[in-house]
Design a protein around this ligand. Sequence first.
Ligand code: DGT
Ligand code: CA
Ligand code: CA
Ligand code: ZN
Length: 567
Amino acid sequence: MKNLEIAKILRMIALYLEMKDVPFKPQAYEKAAYSIEALDEDIEEFIRRNGEEKLKELPGIGESIAKKIIEYIETGKIKELENLKKEVPVDIENLTAIEGIGPKIVYKLYKALKIKDIKDLEKACLEHKIRKLPGFGEKSENKILQSINLFKQGTGRFVLGFIIPIVEELVLFLKDSKYVSQISPCGSYRRRKETIGDIDILATSKNKEKVIDYFLTFKEIDHIYAKGPTKAMIRLKNGLDVDLRVVEEKSFGAALLYFTGSKDHNVAIREIAIKKGYKLNEYGLFDKNNKMIAGKTEEEIYKKLDLQFIPPEIRENQGEIEAAKKNKIPKLIEYGSIKGDLQVQTNWTDGQDSIEKMAKEAIKLNLKYICITDHTQSLAITGGLDEKKLLSQMQEIDKLNSKFKGRIKILKGAEVNILKDGKLDIKDEILAKLDFVGAAIHSHFDLPKDIQTERIKKALANPHVDCLFHPTGRIINKRAPYEIDIDEIIEFAKKNNKILEIDAYPNRLDLKDEHIRKCIQKGVKMVIDTDAHSTVHLNFLDLGVAQARRGWARAEDILNTKEELKF
Ligand code: DGT
Ligand code: CA
Ligand code: CA
Ligand code: ZN
């Protein structure tokens, strides 16, 4: 389906024309892009069915743009765009995504400083070249740099864990319609990517238009971008965009596969189909004679392609297809399989709830143990505990353990603050009394990489420290990770038998998926914790499981899948 691709190309032309100060035409291309995006069917199919002439009847598409679209479909290129790109060879799409940078500024920057992409732009800012240009100053240079940093952190994308409730509500709402037979979210949401560009939902129905009409009555809709007989695009009040597509039951699996992506995974799978003499698209898998041989389920499609089923979380074309060919996809850790949470804060420091309340909630969630890990003294802002308070907390935990005997085990722990020099802020003799000690960095984020790495290694070297909490310190969309040599830390953890945490808090998800894979390769064990600061946060465990699955983790890689733990 080339619709999105064509829309993107048309937008690119619009940007170039704006750059050249061509009047009116940019808006025309923008409108046309929109119209193609909202089109209900595959544009090639549309042309085949109706003829090229009918293209002009689509909203916003006139003679000249219609010609361009046909040129693109036939040759894979648009000459005018190729010429524009040759003349001004810049990454216009990404550069204009930086706040404060429009196409005309892109042109200026290219003419003055040969800036072609965001990397060039960042370099020029850092070398203070921008502020010297006419019309710019120190202030605008700093602003551009700030915008670049935000862009790099992926702003504009939503943190998965924060939008799950609204998406679940929407899916339940759709399930309530008597016209909906099957339904599933797909896209990055189904792959459980840490951030989400937009939500894609797929449904099947015998009465597709009724489903669309029903969807558009959802109370959280802010506005409707496009509506057709099988498809609608809307924005929710929280700013999140949702695409709904309704397909035939016989195509559900094929559409689910296609719209789950990732795009790279799709491309690779489609190549496998082609090599076998098949054709794979969102309608099904077809043989030479165009006979549909699979499509109802994803399972049957993978099977027909001689591939093991690939869980959505690892469909990123990062080796999963090669593994599936050899039947070597590992059995990933299952949702709901974490038996205890090892990072829980309480109202002894900056948590909302008491130890007892946290324990009761954990019992409700069927956990076998939780470890209380309040902050320690040098993290003053949280009212961190000193040795004396830690000792009295241990007494309190003993009391609660007799009360909850047989229902849950409360472990004694701490989130010990790592000082600038890598020392800990609690004496060893007290740490020795704890069941489980996590160490973490909460300050001096900007140390040079080698020093930061040494600092962490030094803290981990303490024999009482079991685990490094939120190892990279990043906060999604807010704070970049501090500079560390993650490979060195993984290596060190392996040698010294230390655990690395997968912090499941929605905007932490730290370790990242790629780090988790590295840990598994090196044989470093991990734990999944919620970093709860209130009872509701204990529900985030499965978000950590999702992250672990994206990192190809099996149950045996994650220690707290065990019923009982000994450190
Ligand atoms: P997002 O929304 O940026 O978090 O990421 P996705 O993966 O949800 O991407 P989205 O919403 O643009 O598209 C949903 C899925 O549709 C995507 O994962 C794969 C499929 N798809 C979209 N565009 C293309 C395409 O041009 N080619 C192929 N093969 N698949 C595509
Ligand atoms: Ca999406
Ligand atoms: Ca989408
Ligand atoms: Zn805290």
